[in-house]
Design a protein around this ligand. Structure first.
Ligand SMILES: Cc1ncc(COP(=O)(O)O)c(C=O)c1O
Length: 477
């Protein structure tokens, strides 16, 4: 069959897909997150590449059936998981539209209005983070990993201006940077990929609230300076992956200022709190950061992929990523810079339209309501844990992640006890929570991340947890 489908076929297939998606959305409040344990398989698919095609409606139905009936459902309301949400429906529509018009966001010449929309979306986010009228720039990325990478690349270019062209080979410089023991592993990866080595990332211990300890940080900076290392950056986290902890951003900004270091805030998850007037204080000081990571595909309910890196140092974006090509048409008088000059990417997808459309349709206030409601639900769940006969809270939630564990278990048995609870909860596939280690402690982690999650789902989880606690203690006795 030719790729050039006729009008009626396109329409029929499109409507079929929309019906499938629509039914799927109907199912999400009560949908199982995955198959029961005994039906899960993780082996490779072995079909060979089709030489000829099949009937499109049938393949579409099969595809949806397989992925829905046998897949893993991050968008389900009972997914209390890592930081990925139920996408807004407007975002789903925007994604299909982007694929259809396929703008090449690398350059203004080949995207035009699409690039303007992308720049406007970056501005909308930046105005929440850096405040209205501030000077900043930024770019969409594939996610927090690339955003953190880009920020560290700018930090290096700022401190070692020759490095962009010459690299570090032969320079004798030993650059080092600092972050907390709880910060995301994308920073280790970035340090390795940027050629300064993963060991250049100094992991500083955290306090009881799982925030980077500023006194320990200063001590380590002194030690590094005294031994010939060249500190160039501090990375604070606004919303750690394990517990949602937010570093004392102002204290870190003060230290960065004192030592002349680039201050980056990894707000992949927590920087979205700036969308709530009521809860902006949670990340106060973020506007002092030289650069900020925020992932709309986390708390802003976007489907993959959508990350953003912002910076107050617009010149650094260009200094770090700028290249020129003879084959890219220049546009006289353009006030928007080509994306390929401010980004690690070349060809790029329009990752902004989904957020732009969602904001146009629902407005910023819808995010404020979402953030306020989810913070409330997480705190409500933490209060339940505190009152529970079976579980105890490990740390007070700062955002929408709750860390808890079974009550009264000897320290040496906590990991096994947590694993047993998580196995019990996830065995039937109905809901999803996970074990992790936060601040060196073994914990069970739940997160309110779907806008479809409400009291009904929390109550279901609480009932399942009590049953699991009774079951595991019965097995142990
Ligand atoms: C705090 C933090 N930073 C960065 C990242 C990386 O983001 P992404 O998965 O979008 O690459 C994550 C991912 O969970 C994260 O939790």
């Amino acid at each position: 069959m030719s790729f050039a489908l006729d009008h009626e076929s396109r329409r029929r297939l499109g409507y079929r897909l929309i019906d499938l998606i629509n039914d799927y959305f109907d199912s999400l409040p009560d949908r199982c997150v995955q198959l029961p344990l005994e039906q899960r398989t993780f082996d490779r698919l072995t079909d060979s590449m089709p030489e000829v095609g099949e009937d499109a409606s049938k393949v579409l139905d099969d595809m949806a059936h397989e992925l829905i009936e046998r897949g893993f459902h991050v968008p389900a309301a009972n997914y209390f998981g890592l930081m990925n949400p139920t996408p807004t429906y407007m975002a789903v529509l925007a994604e299909a539209f982007v694929a259809a018009i396929n703008p090449q966001l690398a350059s203004l010449a080949r995207s035009q209005l699409a690039s303007k929309i992308e720049a406007e979306t970056v501005r909308w986010i930046g105005e929440r983070i850096y405040n209205l009228n501030a000077n900043f720039d930024g770019t969409f990325t594939s996610g927090g990993n690339e955003a953190n990478f880009s920020a560290l690349a700018m930090a290096l270019a700022s401190h070692f201006p020759c490095q962009v062209e010459d690299g570090f080979a032969g320079s004798g410089d030993r650059p080092v940077l600092y972050t907390s023991s709880e910060a995301h592993h994308s920073l280790d990866k970035s340090a390795g990929l940027l050629g300064i080595g993963r060991r250049a990332l100094r992991r500083i211990p955290v306090n009881d609230r799982l925030q980077l300890d500023p006194a320990a940080l200063e001590q380590r900076i002194h030690q590094d300076l005294a031994t010939g290392f060249k500190p160039f950056s501090i990375v604070g986290t606004a919303g750690t992956t394990n517990s949602g902890a937010i570093d004392d951003i102002n204290a870190l900004a003060d230290i960065a200022e004192r030592y002349g270091l680039w201050f980056h805030v990894d707000g992949a998850y927590g920087a979205a709190a700036t969308f709530s007037d009521r809860h902006r204080d949670l990340v106060s000081g973020i506007e002092r950061a030289d650069s900020v990571t925020i992932d709309p595909h986390k708390w802003l309910a976007m489907p993959f992929a959508a990350g953003v890196v912002l910076t107050r140092r617009a010149d650094l974006l260009q200094r770090t990523f700028g290249v020129s090509t003879p084959y890219m048409p220049k546009i006289a008088g353009a006030t928007i810079i080509d994306n390929f000059k401010v980004s690690a990417q070349w060809s790029r997808r329009m990752n902004s339209l989904k957020l732009w459309l969602t904001l146009r349709v629902h407005g910023r206030q819808a995010y404020e309501e979402l953030i306020d409601r989810q913070l409330h639900l997480a705190r409500q769940f933490a209060d339940w844990v505190k009152r529970s006969d079976h579980f105890e809270l490990v740390s007070d939630p700062q955002l929408t992640i709750v860390n808890f564990r079974l009550r009264g278990v000897p320290e040496s048995d906590v990991a096994a006890a947590n694993a047993a609870i998580v196995d019990e909860i996830t065995r039937d596939g109905q809901r999803w929570i996970s074990p992790t280690i936060a601040g060196g402690k073994q914990v069970i982690r739940m997160m309110v991340i779907s806008y479809l999650t409400g009291e009904k789902q929390l109550q279901g989880l609480q009932e399942a947890l009590v049953a699991a606690a009774k079951n595991t203690s019965a097995k142990a006795n």
